[in-house]
Write a protein that binds this ligand. Structure first.
Ligand SMILES: C[S@@+](CC[C@H](N)C(=O)[O-])C[C@H]1O[C@@H](n2cnc3c(N)ncnc32)[C@H](O)[C@@H]1O
Length: 286
């Protein structure tokens, strides 16, 4: 007789979370079916990425959120806002930012979902390539998922976010080699500048960083890496092929906040540039 392996509390918690996400996705799908429209919905799985991210970080996305219940959240480059509406369903106050000319359906998707769901998510039309302002003076957590390579000025954007947001979770495409695979960029702090339509036939893709480049970018814009995961084609990725891509997720925190906490004797186990962090110390001040 086969004995079933019991689920650990963490696994059970994760399964509950995935079930909640799946239920919400089902609700979104039925809302979408009922919504009269003359546009196409954003075709990618925003909520699925959130589950994968949370799993990779051992449930820390959920733990971050639980500590930020009273602070506004910001989803930048929200597409149809599915993740924002999910976070709202957990009780968070969420703002979303995107820009109609780059958005898959001119932001009609996010507006339609908001209306049909009767949601209080606040929608802002903001061009990240301009000298923009954030809609809130302070926010607990900003999500920047799949946006970095669309930016003309990633330094400006990340620095701006570091001034106003305590935590950031982001994902982006990174590359090991230059286009064509001639030059190994792995240890070079660089970004490959994409030509028009060089990646995914999308002229709004501007640059793909090497992992070292990404690290340098975050350091120079005052972010400190707390969690890091790279997956996909880490050995042979090139910037101009979605099939040989390297995805990078980082959970980051404003450098200043962390430094002041260390000064106060909290969080001694956390060293700058560490790729892992001690969870208890990390959340101490909340
Ligand atoms: C690849 S999608 C990611 C969507 C969503 N975050 C996700 O993970 O499923 C990139 C998003 O960034 C937005 N974006 C690109 N350039 C932008 C800009 N200059 N200003 C504001 N949003 C921009 C696009 O409109 C799009 O919704």
């Amino acid at each position: 007789m086969m004995l079933e392996t019991p689920w650990s509390p963490r696994q059970r918690e994760y399964r509950r979370f995935v079930r909640a996400v799946a239920l919400f996705q089902r609700r979104l799908n039925s809302v979408k079916e009922q919504t009269p429209r003359d546009f196409e919905w954003y075709p990618y799985d925003s909520l699925g990425s959130w589950c994968r991210l949370d799993k990779m970080f051992g449930g820390r996305c959920r733990r971050v959120l639980a500590r930020l219940a009273s602070e506004p959240l910001l989803d930048i480059g929200c597409a149809d806002g599915e993740l924002a509406f999910f976070l709202e369903s957990l009780g968070h106050h969420v703002h979303v930012m995107d820009w109609p000319p780059t958005n898959y359906n001119g932001m009609r998707g996010v507006a339609a979902l908001k209306a049909t769901l009767g949601s209080a998510v606040e929608i802002h039309q903001v061009d990240l390539d301009s000298q923009f302002r954030l809609p809130v003076p302070r926010c607990g957590l900003v999500l920047l998922l799949g946006v970095l390579y669309h930016l003309k000025n990633p330094f400006f954007v990340l620095e701006k976010l570091a001034q106003h947001c305590r935590y950031c979770i982001f994902s982006t495409t990174a590359t090991r080699f230059s286009a064509g695979g001639q030059t190994d960029l792995q240890d070079l702090p660089v970004a490959y500048l994409l030509d028009d339509n060089e990646l995914n036939s999308d002229a709004t893709n501007y640059c793909v960083f090497s992992e070292a480049g990404l690290g340098r970018l975050l350091k120079k814009t005052n972010w400190e890496v707390l969690e890091y995961a790279a997956w996909g084609d880490t050995r042979a990725s090139v910037p101009d092929s979605a099939r040989r891509e390297l995805r990078v997720f980082r959970a980051t925190q404003e450098h200043q906040v962390q430094r002041s906490r260390r000064r106060r004797g909290i969080d001694r186990r956390l060293a700058p540039n560490t790729a892992r962090y001690a969870c208890d110390g990390f959340w101490y001040h909340e």
